[in-house]
Design a protein around this ligand. Structure first.
Ligand code: ZN
Ligand code: FE
Length: 273
């Protein structure tokens, strides 16, 4: 295997240049991805979860873009660390969960389940998806087929349940998995490889999972990012989204148990993996 001296997952990448919503992946810290999004029709620009201001500022400057909106999915430092700096330097307004108004810095627009948000000409719907935190939200741009999930869904995984319950996370998974399969999922961390390894321990006979695990191993060996990914891939391979699959229940010794219980057990096993 040859080692690329500048792995492509460590540089900003224009992952969508065509269509109604341009999207740029901006790596930060060790394994975070921050996302720039720009309405093609109006030039209105946003950033999702700027944990660090510097790489966002650099990526905007390289493209000659301003910054109108900061979209926050949850209050953790690696998602909001750059919010106040970017708000001040670019005059951007901050959108975040009403239920987290005391923890999202500089909040201007408070949103809740089913609220609409408009980035230029692009409409997003807010999904309230507590679990990782008690007020986590996701932004779904239906026309652009883009879903920004923060730390709720990772490729073949999910965020740790720091403040929420398995029941809340199952509710979130059950809602998000109903979105169109061709929706692209933009999550906040490159945790894909370890998630794939774990997923195979609870869903060992899933051929789609085995194939995807091989694909992401090849991508990571080549230094390529594995995010974004299609929601259809999650529907077929993410054990947390498939906690109502009898094969997974059987594999974790909970045949016939409700999906909430299966999800709780799978999450506990992942915590100890
Ligand atoms: Zn988090
Ligand atoms: Fe995070």
């Amino acid at each position: 295997m040859s080692v690329d001296p500048t792995p492509s997952d460590r540089e900003p990448a224009d992952v969508r240049t065509a269509g109604p919503l341009q999207i740029v992946r901006v790596p930060a810290f060790r394994d975070n991805y921050l996302w720039l999004l720009r309405c093609a029709a109006t030039g209105t620009t946003g950033v999702v979860d700027p944990g660090d201001a510097e790489p966002v500022r650099a990526a905007l400057a390289a493209r000659g873009w301003g910054l109108d909106w900061i979209l926050v999915t949850h209050h953790h430092w690696d998602h909001v660390g750059g919010v106040l700096e970017l708000k001040q330097s670019h005059g951007a307004r901050v959108v975040g969960a009403a239920a987290d108004a005391d923890r999202v810095p500089g909040l201007d627009v408070a949103v809740a389940q089913d609220d609409g948000f408009t980035l230029g000409a692009q409409q997003a719907t807010v999904h309230f998806v507590p679990g990782h935190t008690r007020a986590h939200i996701a932004y779904h741009f239906a026309d652009a087929r883009a879903l920004f999930v923060g730390d709720t869904i990772f490729a073949m995984g999910c965020g740790r349940l720091f403040e929420g319950t398995p029941a809340q996370l199952w509710d979130a998974m059950a809602r998000l998995r109903q979105l169109p399969g061709d929706t692209e999922v933009f999550c906040a961390h490159e945790y894909t490889l370890s998630n794939a390894r774990f997923a195979r321990t609870v869903d060992p006979d899933n051929a789609a999972l085995a194939a995807r695990a091989a694909d992401v191993q090849a991508a990571r060996d080549a230094g390529r990012a594995t995010v974004p990914f299609r929601l259809s891939a999650e529907q077929a391979t993410n054990p947390f989204m498939r906690a109502d699959d009898p094969a997974i229940a059987r594999q974790v010794g909970l045949a016939g148990a409700p999906p909430v219980q299966v999800l709780g057990e799978v999450r506990a096993r992942k915590d100890a993996f």
